[in-house]
Design a protein around this ligand. Sequence first.
Ligand SMILES: NC(=O)c1ccc[n+]([C@@H]2O[C@H](COP(=O)([O-])OP(=O)(O)OC[C@H]3O[C@@H](n4cnc5c(N)ncnc54)[C@H](O)[C@@H]3O)[C@@H](O)[C@H]2O)c1
Length: 335
Amino acid sequence: MINFSLFGAGRIGTLHAANIAASHPRARLAYVYDLDPTAAAVIARKYGATVAPSVDAALGDAAVDAVLIASPTNTHVQLITASARAGKAVLCEKPIDLDIELVERCRKDIAGTGVAIQIGFNRRFDRSHRAVRDSDVGAIELLIITSRDPGPPPHSYIKVSGGIFRDMTIHDFDLARFILRDDPIEEVFATGSALADPALAKLGDVDTAMVVMRAASGALVHINNSRRAVYGYDQRVELFGAKGMVQSENLRPSSVRRYDCHVTDAKDPLLNFFIERYQQSYLDELHEFIDAVAGKRRPVVGFDDGRCALLLANAALESMRSGQSVRVNLASRAG
Ligand SMILES: NC(=O)c1ccc[n+]([C@@H]2O[C@H](COP(=O)([O-])OP(=O)(O)OC[C@H]3O[C@@H](n4cnc5c(N)ncnc54)[C@H](O)[C@@H]3O)[C@@H](O)[C@H]2O)c1
C-alpha cells in the first residue's frame, strides 16, 4: 500500500483524490493540504483522510510514501523540493514551473535525493495515443497533433497561465517527444493569433496557435491549438511514415450513428474536456507511478521530460515573438 499526501484540492486535485482513494487498489489517501482548509476538508471527509494543517505536517508522517502535487503551478518547485528532501516520491502536475531557471535550480536541489519524480503528462497514458506511438509506420516523416479546447478559461486564469504554449501546448510538446522517442527536436517555429477572444492580445497571449518543429532525423511535427472549438474537446493524433499512417481519433460516449431526414451519420458529441476525455489516462499514470515507487525504479515520465517540454514551450514563445524559427538543444545541462 502506498500512502499519499495530496497538495491542492481544486479541479485536478479532486480527480486525483478519487483515483487514489477510490480506484487504485494499492493507494491510500492519508492527508490533504490546501491553502483553503474548506476545500481540503471536502475531499478528506469523502475519503477518510486527514486535513493537514501545513505542508510540513503532510510531509512529516513517516507513514507517507508519496505526494501528489495538484496545487497551482507557482507552488510546484517549492513542494517538489520539500517533498524530495523529506524522502517522499513525487507525482507533480504539469508544468513544473513557468521559469526555466527555477526548474534548473530545482533539478540541482533534488539531485541525490533518489526519490521517484513523475510529471503529470497524462496524455502519454491515453491508450489510443500510446497505440499510435507503438505502431510501426516505418521511418517517421510527419506527426500531426490537433489539440483544441472547447472554450477559453477566464482572463484571471490566462493572466497567470504563462501563455498558451506553457499552459496548454506543453502537453502536446511532451506528446510529440513521447511519440518521436529518441529523435530529439532541434528546431521550433510558432505563430499565433487572438481570434476567439481578441482581448487576449492585450494580455500578450493568443488563443489560436500553430507550431512546426523539426527533429534530428528530419521528421516534421505540426501542432495546432485553439481555445475555442465550438463542437467540443478535439484531440487527435496522426503519425505518418515510410510504411503508412496511423490515427488516434476523438472519443465519444458511444459509437452510435443516427440517420433521419435532416442528418446522416450523426454521432454523439465529443467527450467534454480533459476530465472526461482523459479519465482513463489519469488512472493509468497513477498506476505507473505506484509501480515505479513499489518497484524502486524511475517513472517512465520524469523531471527531465517536464524540463524539455518547458524548453520547447519557451522556444515557441520566442519564435512567435520574433517571427523566426528557434534552434533548441534538449540535452541535459550538467549538474
Ligand atoms: N494534467 C492535466 O490535464 C491538468 C489539468 C488541469 C490542471 N493541471 C495543472 O494542475 C495544477 C492545478 O490546476 P487546477 O486546475 O486544479 O487549479 P485549481 O485552481 O482548480 O486548484 C488549485 C487548488 O490549490 C489550492 N492552493 C493554492 N495555493 C496552494 C498552496 N500553496 N498549497 C496547497 N494548495 C494550494 C487552491 O486553494 C485550489 O484549491 C496546475 O499546475 C495546472 O497546470 C493539469
